[in-house]
Design a protein around this ligand. Structure first.
Ligand code: SF4
Ligand code: SF4
Length: 178
């Protein structure tokens, strides 16, 4: 498969189909991918960026705000649409490589299939989920803290995107050889 084929295969389908693709890539190439030094290094960089963003979200008490919001009827923002459309198999593969036990936790057509009892089960979240800042968070947050949040989100998105490119290059090369 070339670059374009990998992108089109990994970005199409619903949450279930994308997870199946990610699992099949993990089964075939997961071990080899984890042996690559650039993959190991970049996984570490992404995990650090996740921790930095989590710390900022905790400092802004976003967990509390979102839990209160999600507990209301029609509250929360992790919809079934998000789970089906905003994920992709490469991002789910990155989670599997990071040791996350990725699975479908619901199929109710209402909420995201990756939304567990204690929130999102993905360590590396889709770009749209990371970028999403609702009006309530914007209104209730201090400007400087919001700006720090955006910086840390940007750093994480860059790190995730670099990891995705490394994985795609690996897949293109290994499949050319096979
Ligand atoms: S991001 Fe906004 S809409 Fe989504 S759960 Fe949090 S408060 Fe609610
Ligand atoms: S943050 Fe997680 S649970 Fe929420 S929509 Fe995104 S992938 Fe789904």
């Amino acid at each position: 498969m070339d670059y374009q084929e990998i992108i089109s295969v990994c970005y199409c389908g619903d949450g279930k189909g994308k997870l199946e693709k990610a699992e099949s890539l993990a089964e075939e190439y997961g071990f080899k991918l984890l042996q690559q030094k650039n993959v190991q290094d970049q996984l570490g960089i992404v995990k650090e960026a996740v921790e930095a963003l989590d710390e900022q979200m905790t400092a802004m008490e976003m967990g509390k705000t979102c839990s209160q919001c999600a507990a209301k009827p029609d509250g929360g923002c992790c919809s079934a649409y998000m789970g089906n459309e905003n994920n992709d198999a490469l991002q789910l593969l990155m989670n599997i490589l990071a040791g996350v036990k990725v699975k479908l936790v619901r199929d109710d057509g209402v909420e995201c299939c990756f939304l567990g009892e204690r929130g999102c089960l993905l360590l590396f979240k889709p770009i749209f989920c990371l970028n999403y800042l609702c009006g309530r968070i914007r209104e209730e947050s201090d400007k400087d803290k919001l700006s720090l949040l955006e910086q840390k989100t940007g750093a994480l998105l860059t790190a995730q995107s670099t990891l995705e490119q490394i994985i795609i290059r690996f897949l293109v090369t290994v499949q050319e050889r096979d």
